[in-house]
Write a protein that binds this ligand. Structure first.
Ligand code: AHR
Length: 504
């Protein structure tokens, strides 16, 4: 089987926004407690943050982290997480049926973000609360001393404003499961008034309004149209979410879901354009895809806790999906889709970062390790910065429920002019055939293979665990070559590859 691709230096989709490789941390399960924060851990720093986890987050070069939720934020009082720890209240978390000690709040998260080399993106509770708490939170975080909230922050140990630029106006407000769920009109008005108020404080904030929780919602995509008609002029990004699952144990259908993601992004891009035209606006609202990942392995084991059968445990094991090799292929396809839609997707956050549906897992008091999905995320984040190329792809394909002629070869290409590199991320969705890949390189200076990393040849159900953390690790590839202006490589069945070319 053969696939041919043309990559031309001048055929660009967009300069990829670094924020495309963001992540998400929620007060959920063990994401925070025994995930990033574990004061008694042998690697804990002076703030009680696990250094082993910080090192892995740094390895991933995560540019931005959304916090503190998620569904959690819709009944969260941000004030519970400030001031002396021994005075902070323990609250019931209605989203996940657990207890929240509030040992970590915005100050601790800021310290962690600085240590991990990442920027904060904060979510505001627009479920159980409203405009006043939103403005107080933003003033507390970013306001000057000499005013009430700035002075309180100083009294709590931080005189300098945190300078957080990105603010999410609630979370999944279209979802009936959300505390304070709203209709599109109710939410659109509230989001607009909140955005206007926050802009009166600082017009340069980047504000993210809730779009659909997924593209199967009954209100999608009317939700986006109505919400944006209320607030187009006062927000910057629409937030979308999507989780992927292979419940039917059908790998071909599962790996085709990137096509559904692509259609979802395309529909919302069109909805944005529609509202923009209706408003005669020049402003371009873009997409913040701030929750995406595989999520289904842990559903059954989580039921008891979510149903309240265990009372209100603090930081229990929840949403601890153990990812397999098949999921790594899926994450490769998802990231390729974001790179190909980087003209409109400016921010994306893998959900989540540690322990909870995450590429990084930890054991309390013990090790931290990389899940299978760590690797495609790592390669895209580290080597996928630059210009996304508009590739012309001719690949054999197959018909799936979500789309016809899904190409076996899922590929994206990124040109890093400054670093003189051209990188391809390639998934072969074919279960049994090796595909001969031929990429015609046009307009590029002489190229040679600089790095070639492969995930292949493992059972689809293979996992990395505490006792066997390196079952799935990338291997150095062989056989990729550049000659006569073409890159050739062999793509084994069900494989992921990162091929990085050095340019002269
Ligand atoms: O990431 C887990 C949950 O998924 C988030 O809390 C919520 O926003 C989404 O439904």
């Amino acid at each position: 089987m053969k696939a041919t691709v043309t990559a031309h230096r001048d055929y660009r989709i967009a300069t990829i926004d670094d924020r495309l490789y963001g992540a998400f941390l929620e007060h959920l399960g063990r994401a925070i407690y025994s995930g990033v924060y574990e004061p008694g851990h042998p690697t804990a720093d002076a703030n009680g943050m696990r250094r082993d986890v910080i090192d892995l987050v740094r390895e991933l070069k995560v540019p931005i982290v959304r916090y503190p939720g998620g569904n959690f934020v819709s009944a969260y009082n941000w004030e519970d997480g400030i001031g002396p720890r021994d005075k902070r209240p323990t609250r019931l978390d209605l989203a996940w049926h657990t207890s929240e000690s509030n040992a970590v709040g915005v100050h601790e998260f800021a310290d962690w973000s600085a240590a991990a080399g990442t920027e904060m993106m904060l979510a505001i509770n627009l479920g159980s609360r409203g405009l006043d708490e939103a403005r107080n939170f933003v003033e507390y975080v970013n306001g000057p001393t000499g005013s009430y909230w700035g002075d309180l922050r100083k009294a709590n140990g931080r005189a300098e404003p945190f300078g957080v630029k990105h603010w999410c106006l609630g979370n999944e407000m279209d979802g009936p499961w959300q505390v304070g769920h709203k209709t599109a009109h109710e939410y659109g008005r509230l989001a607009n008034e909140t955005a206007k108020t926050l802009r009166a404080f600082d017009s340069s904030l980047e504000l993210i309004v809730c779009g659909s929780s997924n593209s199967d919602m009954a209100t999608y995509p009317e939700w986006e149209r109505i919400v944006l008609e209320h607030c187009y002029d006062s927000v910057d990004h629409v937030s979308l979410h999507m989780y992927f699952a292979n419940r039917a144990k059908n790998t071909a259908e599962y790996l085709a879901l990137g096509e559904k993601l692509d259609a979802y992004i395309g529909t919302i891009a069109s909805t944005i354009d529609f509202v923009r035209a209706a408003k005669r606006s020049r402003k371009k609202v873009t997409i913040s895809f701030d929750e995406w990942n595989v999520w289904y392995h842990s559903n059954a084991q989580d039921r008891e806790i979510l149903a309240g059968a265990k009372g209100w445990p603090h930081a229990p094991r929840l949403l601890e999906d153990i990812y397999n090799f098949e999921d790594a292929l899926q994450v490769g396809c998802i990231l390729n889709t974001f790179i190909r839609r980087s003209d409109v997707v400016r921010i994306a956050c893998i959900a989540q970062l540690v322990n909870v549906i995450a590429p990084i897992m930890t054991e309390p008091g013990g090790a931290a390790w990389r899940q299978t999905t760590f690797y495609p995320y790592y390669f895209a984040s580290v080597f996928g910065r630059g210009d996304a190329l508009q590739l012309s792809v001719k690949s054999p394909g197959y018909d799936a429920e979500v789309a016809d002629n899904v190409p076996y070869v899922d590929i994206s290409g990124v040109h890093d002019a400054e670093g003189k590199a051209l990188t391809f991320f390639v998934v072969n969705r074919n279960p049994s055939e090796t595909i001969d890949l031929d990429v015609s390189l046009q307009g590029f200076s002489a190229a040679s293979v600089g790095d070639h990393q492969v995930l292949a040849g493992a059972p689809l159900e293979a996992t990395n665990t505490l006792v066997a953390p390196t079952t799935i690790t990338p291997k150095k590839g062989s056989g990729a070559a550049v000659a006569d202006g073409s890159l050739t490589a062999k793509l084994p069945p069900h494989s992921y590859q990162m091929i990085r070319l050095n340019l002269a």
